[in-house]
Design a protein. Structure first.
Length: 277
């Protein structure tokens, strides 16, 4: 019993130490984001702020550095991109699991093959295609990319989940006069609320944090996503207004934290489903 208590105490101490190490960078960001520029450069990064200038830093980051436009753009890209990707993937998953289609495994592997290669290898071909098609520096172009890149993983999860459904349920609905679209909308989709919630969180977070294609496929502030705006802000203000830059980073973390809080009821159930697949 003594040995068991000692092991448990060691585990708790290790977890506490790891928690402190994990929270220290966040603590430094928080205390420096509320400082004035003079207060930041006149002291050390671990010094507590003498004056709280958080609202001035928020205004500077949102208006002067123009991350407000990028924030709204990323919010739009994340919501629309995730919703459309999940919807398209769910429809494809329903067709591949519930309908009598020839070569279902072939079509599944063809769509899922988009995840085999690293996304960086698509950068130059997509850029050239967008430049020739007039999609460069347009919201439509970024919408299409984000939807396309999110579909394969969503298809993988939704297909595996729909494969667990009994076909007798769909057959009974068809006998009652329900067509294939009705079976999908009234039976399959409502029962998939948990995996859909997890997929929406994952895909929204991916789109929100995506930087490489956001910087490459956009140029103007009206189209540029938030992470590209933060990268541009880092280059312009890294040596002159670091507190505003840290404040912008805190603002960028708000939507994903809020989304996780809203969807946490379905989170554990959805993760269990995804893990089982």
């Amino acid at each position: 019993m003594t040995m068991r208590k000692a092991v448990r105490a060691f585990i708790y101490a290790l977890l506490a130490l790891l928690s402190v190490v994990w929270l220290m960078p966040l603590w430094f960001v928080l205390i420096n984001a509320v400082k004035s520029t003079r207060g930041f450069f006149s002291g050390e990064i671990w010094d507590l702020p003498e004056q709280f200038r958080i609202w001035e830093n928020i205004r500077y980051a949102w208006v002067e550095a123009n991350i407000g436009s990028g924030f709204l753009n990323s919010l739009l890209y994340g919501v629309v991109g995730a919703v459309f990707a999940i919807l398209v993937a769910a429809l494809a998953a329903f067709a591949l699991s519930a309908l009598e289609l020839k070569g279902r495994m072939f079509w599944f592997l063809l769509i899922y093959s988009g995840t085999i290669f690293p996304v960086q290898m698509y950068l130059i071909p997509v850029f050239k295609m967008y430049a020739e098609a007039g999609l460069y520096d347009t919201r439509i172009g970024l919408f299409l990319y984000y939807i396309a890149i999110c579909i394969p993983f969503c298809l993988f999860v939704m297909r595996n989940y729909f494969m667990t459904f009994s076909k007798e349920v769909a057959e009974a609905a068809r006998l009652d006069g329900c067509n294939d679209l009705g079976v999908f909308v009234r039976i399959y989709l409502p029962l998939a609320a948990a995996p859909v919630s997890v997929l929406f969180l994952f895909q929204f977070t991916y789109i929100w944090n995506e930087l490489l294609f956001g910087m490459t496929l956009s140029r103007s502030a009206d189209v540029r996503p938030l992470m590209a705006g933060l990268a541009n802000m880092r280059g312009l203000y890294a040596s002159s207004n670091i507190p505003a830059l840290l404040t912008a980073a805190l603002i960028a973390s708000v939507p994903t934290l809020a989304l996780f809080s809203v969807l946490q009821k379905n989170m554990m159930q959805g993760l269990t489903i995804v893990e089982k697949k």
